[in-house]
Design a protein around this ligand. Structure first.
Ligand code: HDE
Length: 756
């Protein structure tokens, strides 16, 4: 009789044999036969990361280069094992007293597997829980070398980076396209230690003092009784807070603007928000504000599009970032600085540099580019990297120091503190994604999840054992030395500077810098958000705040809410608009834009092939939409269908091209519904879901091109052929050319109406 263990192993081997995938070709690895289930004793080189993926570095917990990918092992070798390395012959059945008997407590494998699973989750971040990240490299231009001695800012130095983008309010599983601020946190693995630039896509913050952070977040998070609404500011407690703390007016206005609903993480600016202090080799200091400028320009969704996308594709931004990187369309940002003299009063042109609710307009202090960041690889493992990465404002390198901004000062405490509970102890710096690339020689010992095996007996200084002490460094040997900034003699107070009392002038500056279209969007956003509030008193208070920004804005929102227009309570400041704040002024690259190409499966396939090719050549992504999936013209020059009317929705596309006008699909569930509801659509003889797609794209300001039979779909949708952003002149290639031109401006802006 056969030993039951080998019988089970054989059974599994039989099953696996058919399913086993061809072994990937890895240089130096054993040949494909080694992966055969028949010879399970030969070790196999682990699967390499996918082409677009990179994992953390090869540094050891103490910062030494090991040459082997630390913490990158998974499914390494031919045999499944327990966590202790014992080989397993079965992982699908618990150990029982007979096949129908009770499960035995001695089944260690069962208990280990379930116990580990039970503890797979860690607490999500208390803010910025929802995020996506990528690896990349930062290359310094050298332009900041005169003002900062940071080695990674010297000309030509390349530094690996890891960047995590996030929303603020939503929980880990919430939708990407909600109206919110976005986090933009960058970890630079410099040779002098880790430098974290933990910024946002909005250059100001809601509050001026960190002590209010728990309050503003409690107000923005879902109501504590029912835990709704998720990932939104459109509710009473948020508006209650921001109207009672009017320092929040400026940031709230940015959130209500198109900046609150970015088109893509790749198309956002980033800001360090606070003023930082740079110090050069001579000890001279300069105050700076950090800016990330995206090469693709700053672009946004429109509100209805953002809402539909939150349902159709809650992972829209995460997918967009990963897809772009996988396709080789690596997003890039220039890092820039605005520089200010480090004066005693820390003011610049009347603007308090220590007040995080204030910007310095670029017209007053231009942004000087100091380096280029390229994100060129996706993480290999979301949990190990994106979830476990720990950013901290206090991770500074020589040449970069902080200022006395009270928001910044509080953040210096918060990040380390929160990570101790989120990552389960003080040793999270040893996690592969958090490891510095600089050598580590600290005297921190023990603690939860210690992975370094420290040698020696004398983790203290000075000592006379362990071969002497590590020496202390000086300014000439790369020590991090705080700038000995003067602290003015003063009394201890719980107070703020008088300049912090100006809550409205810069909100007005922002409003006046917007184009009419952007103003329409802002007024509509306030009307939506306040319209979702329940308490009338909160809406009335919000209108009083708006009255102090601008009477037009206040009047529009008040009329939308059906409430009277209050008077301003503070005089309007005389402010100069800053055109740099508007998103709509320029033409931008179209790389990575997604073009939906609609065909009925027969009409002008040559045109479809031609525009498909041209779209790809222009660095954009063509997606062919047809009534049914599969391949068109399979025996000729085949065209693959990527979307059908069941899987496509307008929000996925930046522009639409119509090569045909498909008839309604008789059997499609959605089509039947739409036809029943919409006799007019049925009467047109055009697929109702295409009509929805076209009208939606039109409402959202997207470029639409049509030729041949496609023009009749436009007509059926009731769209005027000669209206803004609708192209019907010429054959396929001419239509595409005109549509590409429109995409450079992102949207057909003049199509917008206040109704959006
Ligand atoms: Fe944060 N913030 N924050 N914040 N913040 C966190 O740290 C905090 C602020 C920002 O992708 C937490 O590890 C306080 C401004 C980003 O992992 C926490 C205050 C700016 C991220 C924390 C602020 C930011 C965080 C939660 C008021 C832009 C996500 C999890 C003084 C300049 C980083 C964590 C990531 C995360 C505290 C205000 C940016 C709780 C107390 C201003 C991008 O420590």
């Amino acid at each position: 009789k056969k030993n039951p263990v080998s019988a089970a192993a054989e059974k599994v081997a039989e099953k696996v044999q058919d399913a086993v995938l061809p072994a990937p070709e890895i240089p130096g690895a054993p040949g494909p036969e080694a992966a055969s289930a028949e010879e399970p004793t030969k070790a196999r080189t682990p699967l390499p990361p996918k082409r677009d993926q990179r994992g953390p570095d090869t540094y050891s917990p103490t910062g030494q280069e090991t040459g082997t990918p630390q913490g990158r092992v998974a499914q390494d070798g031919a045999h499944l094992t327990t966590a202790q390395g014992a080989r397993l012959y079965d992982t699908d059945h618990s150990l029982k007293a007979g096949p129908r008997g009770p499960v035995l407590l001695q089944d260690h494998h069962l208990r280990e597997k379930i116990t580990h699973f039970d503890h797979e989750r860690i607490p999500e971040r208390v803010v910025h829980a929802r995020g996506a990240a990528a690896h990349g490299v930062f290359r310094a231009y050298g332009a900041a070398a005169g003002i900062s001695k940071a080695a990674f800012l010297a000309e030509g130095v390349e530094t690996p980076v890891f960047v995590r983008f996030s929303t603020v309010l939503g929980s880990r599983g919430s939708a990407d396209t909600v109206r919110d601020t976005r986090g933009f946190a960058t970890k630079f693995y410099t040779q002098e230690g880790v430098f974290d630039l933990v910024g946002n896509n909005i250059p100001v913050f809601f509050i001026q003092d960190a002590i209010k952070f728990p309050d503003v977040i409690h107000a923005g998070k879902p109501h504590p009784d029912r835990e709704i609404p998720q990932a939104q500011s459109a509710h009473d407690t948020f508006w209650d807070f921001v109207t009672l703390h009017t320092e929040a007016t400026h940031h709230t206005l940015w959130n209500m603007s198109d900046r609150g609903i970015p088109r893509s993480y790749r198309m956002m600016e980033g800001f360090g928000v606070h003023t930082f202090r740079l110090v050069n080799a001579e000890g001279a200091t300069t105050l700076v504000k950090f800016h990330w400028k995206p090469k693709l320009g700053v672009h946004s969704l429109v509100w209805e599009e953002a809402q539909i996308t939150a349902g159709m594709d809650p992972d829209f931004h995460r997918r967009d970032l990963a897809d772009a990187i996988e396709a080789g369309a690596f997003p890039q940002w220039e890092l820039g600085v605005q520089t200010f003299p480090d004066t005693e009063d820390q003011m610049f042109e009347g603007i308090d540099l220590l007040d995080p609710t204030k910007i310095v307009p670029e017209e007053l202090a231009p942004v000087r580019a100091i380096g280029l960041m390229t994100l060129d690889a996706n993480p290999s493992n979301f949990f190990a990297e994106t979830e476990q990465v720990a950013f901290h404002l206090g991770h500074l390198v020589p040449g970069i120091d902080v200022t006395d901004d009270p928001l910044l000062q509080g953040r210096l405490f918060s990040y380390l503190d929160t990570q101790i509970s989120r990552l389960g102890g003080p040793n999270f710096g040893q996690l592969p994604i958090n490891r510095t690339h600089a050598p580590v020689n600290d005297m921190l010992r023990d603690g939860m999840h210690q992975t370094a095996v420290h040698r020696g007996v004398a983790p203290y200084r000075p000592h006379s054992l362990d071969g002497g002490c590590p020496f202390l460094a000086g300014a000439d040997t790369g020590a991090y030395i705080e700038v000995p900034a003067e602290v003015p003699a003063a009394r201890k107070v719980r107070d703020a500077a008088a300049s912090f009392d100006d809550h409205f002038s810069q909100a007005r500056l922002f409003w006046l810098s917007m184009t009419p279209t952007e103003r329409e969007h802002i007024a509509a956003a306030y009307t939506f958000e306040l319209g979702k509030c329940w308490e009338k008193a909160i809406k009335e208070r919000a209108l009083k705040v708006l009255a102090n920004i601008d009477p037009d804005l206040c009047t529009q929102v008040a009329s939308g809410l059906g409430l009277p227009v209050p008077e301003a309570s503070v005089p309007f400041a005389a402010v100069e608009p800053s055109p740099a704040l508007s998103q709509l002024s320029e033409q931008w690259p179209v790389d990575g834009r997604i073009i939906g190409i609609v065909t009925d499966g027969a009409d002008d396939l040559d045109g479809v092939r031609e525009v498909r090719r041209a779209v790809l050549e222009a660095g954009m992504v063509p997606l062919v939409i047809a009534p049914a999936g599969g391949t068109l013209d399979p025996d000729g020059d085949p065209v693959t269908v990527q979307r059908t009317f069941t899987t496509a929705r307008s929000v996925e596309f930046d522009a639409l091209l119509l090569a045909g006008a498909p008839a309604p699909a008789a059997d499609a569930y959605g089509a039947r519904d739409a036809k029943a509801d919409d006799g007019a659509a049925a009467a047109t003889g055009v697929e109702p879901r295409l009509l929805l797609m076209v009208t939606e794209a039109y409402r959202h300001g997207k470029a639409i091109g049509a030729w041949g039979a496609g023009v009749s779909a436009l007509e059926a949708a009731g769209l005027p052929a000669n209206s803004a952003g609708v192209v019907t002149d010429g054959a396929a290639s001419q239509v595409l050319e005109a549509v590409t031109g429109l995409l450079g401006g992102h949207r057909a802006w003049d199509r917008f109406t206040p109704a959006l």
